[in-house]
Design a protein around this ligand. Structure first.
Ligand code: GDP
Ligand code: CA
Length: 334
């Protein structure tokens, strides 16, 4: 097989809903490709796990599950997260007991996933092993890896009216407070001593292409980068690293990513987000409306970035791949 037709190895870093939606577009693009290297491509996804939380004794991994359900056909298409045709019988019973936290609703079907995960973890399985087991059911069409098997949780410092600081889990800030209370700081607790999960560094080093979907740059991509070794692997990999701006026209498209950027003192612009990846980013897709970042060695392309339909999303993923393939070392040397 000639090098040009060898199936591509694509590695993506991903958060939850935005990452999952982009990845579905990427798989659709690859499935429709005529070029055998793309059609046979193997995709590895390194998932953020710093949103993970224990609720009612259950270990919940929102970003892993969003990717797994979305790519496996089990997602609620309207909400964009959680299981399709979901019911909330357990949540209603918990509420009747006054069981806290009441601000995070777990659907009945979703709870089955968390029961399997919690039981396996209690029996000594790693999160990687649990994820592989859950994916045997969902067959997401990618190799889905948690960023680490160690516990990392983003905690948020909030200013109290009396001048003191209160620390809450990221989910409490995001889901209960809708990130409306400004965060003084965000910390991925546990990251400093976390080890990348098996396969993560290899997937970055051995990839032909690394893609950053338009996931939250602080609490999705940023937390993956906080696992020791991951950022270094991105700097060292011979693969081009190409990203899609999560900011369009100076605003996060959906959600509250601007609140996370504000917490780390970064403006909500496509150029400033690219700046967070300065040491390893080779290519960046920005929207027409945004000022492109300027840096030697960074290849910027303007494309429609709104994932407004499956076709638009597949085209966006295709554009990211086109740019990456133009930047491959073999191509660059030629
Ligand atoms: P989460 O973990 O569920 O918050 O999902 P991610 O971190 O993977 O992605 C969330 C980010 O996706 C948001 O911060 C948005 O900026 C971005 N986003 C959502 N929809 C779109 C879209 O249609 N186009 C682009 N470019 N970004 C989007
Ligand atoms: Ca998330």
């Amino acid at each position: 097989m000639s090098d040009a037709s060898r199936p591509l190895r694509i590695t993506a870093l991903a958060g939850g809903v935005g990452g999952a939606r982009f990845l579905r577009g990427l798989l659709a693009h690859l499935a429709a490709a005529t070029d055998p290297a793309r059609r046979g491509a193997a995709v590895t996804v390194v998932s953020n796990t710093a949103d993970d939380v224990t609720l009612h004794g259950l270990r919940v991994c929102p970003d892993l599950d969003s990717v797994m359900y979305t790519l496996g056909g089990g997602i609620d298409e309207v909400r964009g997260w959680g299981r399709s045709q979901e019911t909330s019988g357990v949540a209603a019973e918990l509420a009747a007991y006054g069981a806290e936290p009441s601000w995070f609703t777990l659907g009945d079907k979703d709870i089955a996933t968390h029961l399997v995960r919690t039981r396996m973890l209690a029996e000594g399985a790693t999160l990687s092993e649990v994820t592989a087991h859950l994916c045997e059911r969902w067959r997401p069409g990618v190799r889905l890896l948690p960023m680490t098997d160690d516990v990392v949780e983003t905690h948020v410092d909030l200013a109290e009216p009396d001048g003191s600081t209160r620390r809450v889990h990221f989910q409490e800030w995001w889901v209960r407070l809708h990130a409306a209370v400004p965060a003084l700081a965000l910390e991925p607790v546990g990251a400093a001593t976390a080890r990348p999960a098996p396969g993560v560094l290899e997937a970055l080093r051995e990839a032909d292409v690394v893609v950053l979907p338009p996931s939250n740059p602080v609490v999705s991509i940023g937390t993956i980068l906080s696992v020791p070794g991951v950022r270094e692997a991105l700097v060292a990999t011979p693969a081009p690293v190409v990203g899609v701006s999560p900011v369009i026209a100076g605003a996060p498209v959906r959600g509250m990513a601007d609140a996370c950027l504000a917490a780390i003192g970064v403006p909500t612009t496509a150029a400033a987000v690219a700046g967070l990846y300065d040491d390893f980013l080779d290519g960046w897709l920005v929207a027409e409306e945004d000022e492109p970042p300027v840096r030697a060695g960074l290849h910027v392309r303007r494309r429609p970035l709104l994932m407004s339909s499956p076709q638009a999303t597949a085209d966006l993923a295709g554009a990211a791949l086109d740019l990456a393939l133009e930047l491959r070392p073999a191509e660059r040397a030629a």
